[in-house]
Ligand binder design. Structure first.
Ligand code: KG4
Ligand code: ZN
Length: 345
């Protein structure tokens, strides 16, 4: 195991993954353990907070113990305990926060509070030695869609966010309409591979020419109307559709969402004269989004470097928590044992 001077134990329980990781000096990943709850929430087509919380309680200590064991470290090797305490489901966050406070107290280590969304964009910086700033960061997850002006890992200004559904939420809801499996993002992407992205003209909501906010509820409703008729009284045509027709809807929906995400990111990048674009969050695993953003960066008037989170660190994980915590550790931004979970970010 590589020698590192600062080892941080990161803990993540903001939604439906119980995760712990040990990261050295902000980027040497010594372990990453994730207990996914996808199977538990599958039949509801979305995350059920009470079920998520109960599963976190069952998983949290085994997951932390495994992360410590895989990293080959004991409490004496850990310099700080970091936890995502916002935003997220409060009854899920509280499990990680309580575990982190307990360990920080028992081990007499500093406690570091991490914003889950800021941590997502840290995943995009993991492998980069020479980050050129300012950067525009696009965070697209199941619960959030945000654009940030990033001046440093600890200096983030929110430029815009969704006024209704998050991008990942739209993928999940449209997958439910199309009777595809949960989570919706990967199954829509898979179905879309055989579809024509121009088959159905779904609306692209830009919210005015200067807006950096997003709205995805309109496109979700458009897919619903397409499948059930404008008055919603028609039978759900999905049951009688061919695989190709479903693939066309999935591809057209995906193309519309990606189009909006890329155009808004471009708009934000022009506004702050960004040198770099950062992409993170669960939806960043989407290949169409990754490719389209790359094309936008390559063809921009002043080319921009695109940094995308590695696929295994796009969805929720604790590496991103421990990695961002390193910057807070160096700046001595510590929390105390009164730390509470917060639903908003
Ligand atoms: O970041 P994340 O793990 O959890 C939150 O913080 O919300 O993101 C989960 C979201 C889900 O909505 C899931 O459908 C979406 O990310 N997602 C994708 C893909 N993989 C996961 N969306 C589009 N394409 C994908 N390949
Ligand atoms: Zn997330």
């Amino acid at each position: 195991m590589q020698e590192t001077s600062v080892n941080i134990l990161g803990i993540e329980t903001s939604c439906d993954e119980t995760a712990a990781a040990v990261v050295g000096d902000g980027r040497i990943i010594k372990s990453s353990v994730i207990a996914s709850q996808n199977k538990l929430h599958e039949k509801y087509g979305g995350v059920v907070p009470e079920i998520a919380s109960r599963a976190h309680i069952e998983n949290i200590y085994p997951v932390i113990a495994e992360a410590m064991q895989q990293a080959g470290v004991g409490e004496d090797d850990i310099d700080a305990v970091a936890v995502a305490n916002q935003p997220g489901l409060t009854i899920a966050l509280v499990v990680g926060v309580t575990a982190a406070k307990t360990l920080a107290f028992a081990w007499e280590k500093p406690l570091i509070a991490i914003n889950h969304l800021h941590a997502h964009l840290q995943s995009a910086m993991l492998a980069e030695d020479n980050l050129e700033l300012p950067a525009v960061a696009l965070i697209v997850s199941g619960g959030h869609t945000c654009l940030y002006d990033c001046e440093s890992p600890l200096e983030l200004e929110l430029l815009g966010s969704t006024i209704d559904d998050a991008a990942g939420e739209a993928f999940d809801k449209v997958a439910t309409i199309l009777k595809l499996s949960y989570p919706g993002g990967p199954s829509i992407e898979k179905a879309a591979r055989n579809g024509n992205p121009e088959a159905v003209k779904f609306p692209r909501s830009m919210l005015g020419k200067d807006s950096l906010d997003f709205s995805f509820s309109g496109i979700k409703t458009a897919v619903l109307y397409y499948c059930r008729g404008q008055d919603m009284k028609g039978e759900n045509k999905v049951d009688s559709m061919t695989e190709k027709q479903i693939a066309d809807i999935a591809a057209s929906f995906q193309a519309a969402v990606v189009d909006v995400l890329v155009k808004k990111t471009q708009r934000a990048a022009e506004r702050i004269a960004a040198k770099t674009i950062l992409l993170g969050g669960g939806v960043a695993a989407n290949n169409q989004l990754r490719t389209s953003l790359q094309q936008m960066c390559d063809s921009a008037k002043s080319p921009k470097k695109l940094l995308i989170a590695p696929k295994q660190y796009c969805t929720d994980n604790a590496v991103m928590v421990a990695s961002l915590a390193y910057h807070k550790f160096k700046a001595e931004f510590f929390a105390d044992l009164t730390l509470e979970p917060k639903a908003s970010g």
